[in-house]
Design a protein around this ligand. Structure first.
Ligand code: X8Z
Ligand code: ZN
Length: 607
């Protein structure tokens, strides 16, 4: 749908929702007692209006994200304002048909129009302008952010992130951790204003606040959705706690228990990632003592001279092996694969569909690592999804729910198994089953460690948007949730003016985050379903669907539905069940869970 399409995917979020062009007179002449036919005509006109302006808006946004400066900021803020204002007007008009008896499709499209915006602008033009400007300012603060050290040298987020993956000196890690969080201090007053403005816009659309709007996009009542998340988290939490327990113990051995007390949350700077959201980079510290052969994709990529383009071509060829058409020439001409010299760009990876036809692109500052090889698959998953639903009506051009969009490329990346790596010549030998604990550990450090982070970000935002927490408490609440869900703590006392949520891209960029939590559950369900279809009877962690056109066809059948039906139907189409379910995760990692429980037998777990 228009709102999600460039949002997530393009990760532009706020602008994405920008919607449409010239006002039509048709909608204004709708008779006093509207009919079902009026509703259909209204939807046709609304979608035409939106699609007309979406393309130039997307170009403006692309120009901004790949070249952050005063002028590109002004143009993208302008389009954001105009389009989101138009969508808000149409969303209000859609309410006229609330009591009209219409068919299922019409009702679904009206509803999608009503709740499509992410940060709805108030109808007061000055306030709408203000909201758009704040959005682009926050985004620039993040994209051009850097940390300058005492000796005057400055480091970008990409540089610090890449160093934090391998640095094992706690002082340097702390310096970078702290340094990056200086970028978000000035965001706080803007963020506060933005919450108030978007809440005003949401109220005009009939929502209590932005929290209710965001929670209401999942084909179930907004208040039931958090319960669904609790249920899923309940399925994973015991496994997460086992992993946490082992990782904390090993970090304690490495850094000393004074730095890593064994009855407290883990200090957030020691996990190999700027936000402690994935832990795969500390595999060397937490790996099993018994020697395990685990493919080191980073070394193989480097040894074989892969450059950025070759990494993307390799990812494309996986999709081709499933029967997906190759990416268009324009993808290679127009994408941004590397950080350009001499200008600020938004390095956070994103995938774009600029015209709903075939102008697909990715924007990344690719690092030559196994981690980034996965991110490339993630981004291409968005592009193939976008292409699959491009012929749906505009309001259905989106994923079944936003977690689906985030899950597709990750699902493919779960098929980057030793068998596949050998097939494409990245490794010589497939390690035997005695190495599985090591390999499962490597995957769990990224996928399982992420899950509570994926959950807590919007637990924070929902409370903020609902006004349940005052701005003075924003940062305190952030750390309460980090401790509660992740068992991770700030390594040092946070200053009163800190705004640590702003140091995570999706907060200043207003990209909802629950989608990634859902994606981490869904991708295992998708992987299992596709492995079954591909006829792979081995253990799930060794299954690769590479070269299975049957799996590709089944996947495509779900992708091309877009959001034309409730996500439960889309899920059922691929997996046979309409329920999100984390029990596949338990199956996938079962041997690791047993191993962790043995390791933890004499440890005091929890925090
Ligand atoms: O933002 C992303 C993608 C773009 S949609 C790179 N991800 C989340 C993050 O980086 O925080 C993927 C996993 C979680
Ligand atoms: Zn994504």
């Amino acid at each position: 749908m228009f709102s999600t399409k460039r949002t997530i995917v393009a990760a532009l979020v706020s602008i994405t929702l920008i919607g449409c062009g010239e006002a039509t007179t048709k909608t204004e002449t709708t008779p006093a007692a509207p009919t079902a036919q009026d509703a259909q005509e209204f939807l046709i006109n609304a979608q035409n209006d939106i699609s007309k302006m979406q393309v130039p808006a997307a170009h403006a946004e692309w120009s901004y994200a790949t070249n952050i400066n005063f002028d590109t900021a002004a143009v993208s803020a302008y389009f954001n304002e105009v389009l989101s204002t138009k969508v808000a007007v149409l969303a209000k008009e859609a309410a006229k048909f609330n009591d009209v008896e219409v068919d299922e499709d019409t009702r679904r499209q009206l509803n999608l129009l009503k709740n499509g915006l992410t940060m709805p602008p108030p109808s007061d033009p000055a306030k709408a302008e203000q909201l758009a400007k704040i959005g682009s300012e926050l985004s620039a603060m993040y994209g051009s952010g850097q940390y300058c050290m005492e000796d005057g040298t400055c480091k970008s987020l990409v540089e610090m992130s890449s160093e934090m993956a391998t640095i094992r000196d706690a002082d340097t890690l702390l310096e970078y951790w702290k340094g990056w969080r200086e970028v978000s201090v000035p965001m706080k007053p803007l963020y506060e204003q933005q919450v108030n403005l978007a809440n005003e816009g949401a109220a005009e659309l009939g929502f209590q606040n932005v929290s209710e709007l965001w929670r209401g996009k999942y084909d179930m009542p907004a208040d039931d959705f958090p319960k669904e998340l609790d249920r899923l988290w309940g399925q994973v939490a015991p496994f997460y706690e086992s992993l946490h327990c082992h990782v904390r113990a090993k970090l304690g051995e490495h850094y000393g228990e004074e730095l890593v007390p064994q009855d407290q949350p883990i200090p957030a700077h020691l996990l190999g990632n700027m936000w402690a959201q994935t832990w795969g980079n500390v595999y060397d510290i937490v790996k099993p003592e018994q020697e395990m052969s685990v493919p080191d994709v980073t070394s193989s990529l480097v040894a074989q001279g892969y450059d950025e383009i070759k990494m993307v071509k390799q990812a494309e060829s996986f999709f081709s092996s499933l029967g997906f058409a190759p990416l268009p020439d324009t993808f290679w001409e127009r994408s941004m694969f590397q950080k350009p010299e001499g200008r600020d760009v938004q390095c956070h990876a994103s995938a774009w569909d600029l015209d709903d036809k075939d102008d697909l692109r990715i924007k990344m500052c690719i690092q030559k690592t196994g981690e980034e090889f996965n991110v490339i698959h993630h981004e291409l998953g968005h592009n193939y999804y976008q292409r699959a639903y491009k012929d749906q009506p505009l309001l259905y051009r989106g994923s079944a729910n936003d977690g689906f969009h985030e899950a597709i490329g990750d699902t493919i990346a779960l098929s980057i198994t030793p068998k596949y790596l050998k097939e494409i010549g990245l490794i010589d030998e497939i390690p035997d089953a005695s190495n599985d604990i090591g390999m499962l550990m490597q995957v769990a450090l990224d996928k399982i460690a992420f899950i509570p982070f994926g959950l807590m970000v919007d637990q924070w935002r929902w409370k903020v948007m609902a006004g349940e927490v005052s701005p003075e408490q924003y940062n305190t609440l952030w750390w309460e949730l980090r401790e509660k869900y992740q068992g991770v703590k700030a390594p040092i006392d946070r200053p009163a003016d800190a705004f640590d949520p702003g140091a995570k891209y999706h907060v200043p960029a207003n990209v909802p985050y629950t989608r990634y939590f859902l994606a981490h559950i869904l991708q295992f369900q998708f992987h299992k379903a596709l492995c079954d279809i591909a006829g792979d009877e081995g253990p799930l962690n060794r299954c690769s669907i590479y070269n299975s056109e049957e799996a590709g066809t089944a996947l495509n059948a779900m992708l091309e539905m877009g959001m034309s039906q409730p996500w439960q139907n889309a899920l059922e189409t691929l997996t046979g069940s309409p329920e999100m379910d984390a029990s596949t995760i338990a199956d996938y990692f079962a041997p690791l869970k047993t191993w962790l429980d043995e390791q933890n037998a004499t440890r005091q777990c929890g925090w």
